[in-house]
Design a protein. Sequence first.
Length: 314
Amino acid sequence: MIIVASSNGRIGMPAALNALQSGSVIDAVEAGIRLVEANPDDHTVGYNGYPNIVGDIELDASIMEGQSLMSGGVAAMKGYPYAISVARQIMEKLPHVLLAGEGAARFAREIGAESKDQMLTPEIVAFWRRKLEQHLPAEILATLDDQSALTEWVRLATDPERAYSTVNFIARDDQGNLCSGISTSGWAWKYPGRVGDSPIIGAGNYVDNRYGACACTGMGEMAIRASTAHSVVFYMKMGRSVKEAAIQAMHDLRDLGGPYIGVMNLIAMDKDGNHFGVTSMASRTYIMQTPGMNQPAELPRYFVEIPLRWETIN
Ligand code: GLY
């Protein structure tokens, strides 16, 4: 039995490990991520995450299990902090994989998922306002929700530096069953309705018991374009080690064209439980724990340089 997670998953690791020992890999991933979603101090996941440009928080999440490749995801969901649990219920109750926006919230209501009227603390609302004041004229900020054209303001204000702490969990049991999950509030100050890689199976999240699993944090648009999580698993299927597969997928990201290239991190595990973490940032870590350990081990991620690019398109 083993669980690996992005380092902000530490708060959820004990619950995940308990759930893995008493339940399933799916229980473990859900239990771990729920505690990160509930953490008001993590502003990139769940409750009290950074809002979009008009001040609404929209959550993305997905869960996938590696025996059947069944999966569920929610995108741009408002009002329900435990996005991973809603994603799990989609996987288990619906013939669908992904629900977005109003439909995701409607399904969350239908299954009795816990809702919150106030998804943001006053401190985060004040922080959002202060940040936008740096980029937007006061009269625009005052009427942002009524603006028919948001593109210009999103380009000025969107903050890719505040997206990469999305949470990842991958769990493996002694029978070789794998499950991976991701949850995020996405880019700070994003365009309303923007969906990242986290709920997109194959982009931010992928698992297949026969080969392994991968989950991403970072600039979701890149992982969507390169199908990063699926690529890592596919490279393992083609015979590469988990380390080689993860590095190759980072090279694919480094080779992307276009004007917007940001940071990327991923964690991966092969079918035997060997794991590896990669980052395009300096000094990033991930965590792992097995039942014999008192606390998670914090491990360095291998660095692959991806030069940042942030150009203006007219
Ligand atoms: N990786 C999280 C996001 O881009 O939304």
